[in-house]
Every structure is written in structure tokens, then in C-alpha cells.
Design a binder for this molecule. Structure first.
Ligand code: ZN
Ligand code: ZN
Length: 131
């Protein structure tokens, strides 16, 4: 069993995963661009019971276009988001792939909201495209 550790920039907020990700995706939507400061977000979902969280988090609730909301948990010291959950999907915890700081982390298989994708970004050829 692989365990992986996601952490904020300063290291006080961590999430240790003890299962393989259920789904790995990237999202090009504008809200994800603003949240991450990057031009797209990459995240992996894990079964909630396989994630052990430690440290103090502040939360921000974002209501999406479809009315559903996601709650982002971030470090109030350094500001990095370490995990989030979305309404209706509380069995899963999503973790930004970058929080693992692991270049060997598995590649995403879904690409979402490509109408907002920056023109210079290229996705893997075999990725599945979703709205
Ligand atoms: Zn921090
Ligand atoms: Zn998004």
C-alpha cells in the first residue's frame, strides 16, 4: 500500500493518503485558476476514510455554476489549499496534486472545462474530455 503526504507550503497542514486515488483530473475553469494561481488545477480524489488530516485549516465555501458547493480547507499561515470536499461527494476528499510535490504522481485521466483552457496548454493525447 502506498502512502503519500500532501502538505501546505509551511508544512503545518498535512493530509496522508493510504489508498490509490479514485480519480485524477485537471480543471481549467476560471474559479480553479483563481484558487490555485495557476492556469489550471490538478486534483486527485481519495476515499475519505483513507485520508488522515493533521493541522489547522481555515475553510472557504465556493458555490459552483450548477449550484453545488465545495469547501476548501487551507492553511491560514501560508494560504495553500491541502484538501477539499464537494456537496454530494462527502465520501471523497480531493487533494490538489501539487500538494504532494511528487513529480512521479500518476497523470490525470480527465480534463474538465476546456473552453477556459489557456491556448498554450496541451493535454495528454489519451485524456478524457468533460464539460
Ligand atoms: Zn501552511
Ligand atoms: Zn474548476
Amino acid at each position: 500500500m502506498t502512502t503519500r503526504t500532501a502538505s501546505c507550503s509551511c508544512g503545518q497542514l498535512t493530509a496522508v493518503t493510504s489508498a490509490e486515488p479514485i480519480r485524477i483530473s485537471v480543471c481549467h475553469c476560471l474559479a480553479c485558476q483563481r484558487r490555485t494561481g495557476s492556469v489550471f488545477a490538478a486534483q486527485a480524489r481519495f476515499p475519505a476514510n483513507s485520508v488522515a488530516i493533521a493541522g489547522a485549516a481555515t475553510t472557504y465555501v465556493r458555490v459552483g455554476d450548477g449550484g453545488g458547493s465545495c469547501t476548501f480547507h487551507f492553511c491560514s499561515t501560508c494560504g495553500a489549499t491541502v484538501y477539499y470536499t464537494c456537496q454530494g461527494g462527502e465520501d471523497n476528499i480531493a487533494i490538489p496534486v501539487g500538494a504532494f510535490a511528487d513529480p512521479a504522481f500518476p497523470a490525470p485521466t480527465f480534463s474538465v472545462y476546456e473552453e477556459r483552457m489557456h491556448s498554450w496548454v496541451e493535454m495528454p493525447v489519451d485524456i478524457e474530455h468533460m464539460d
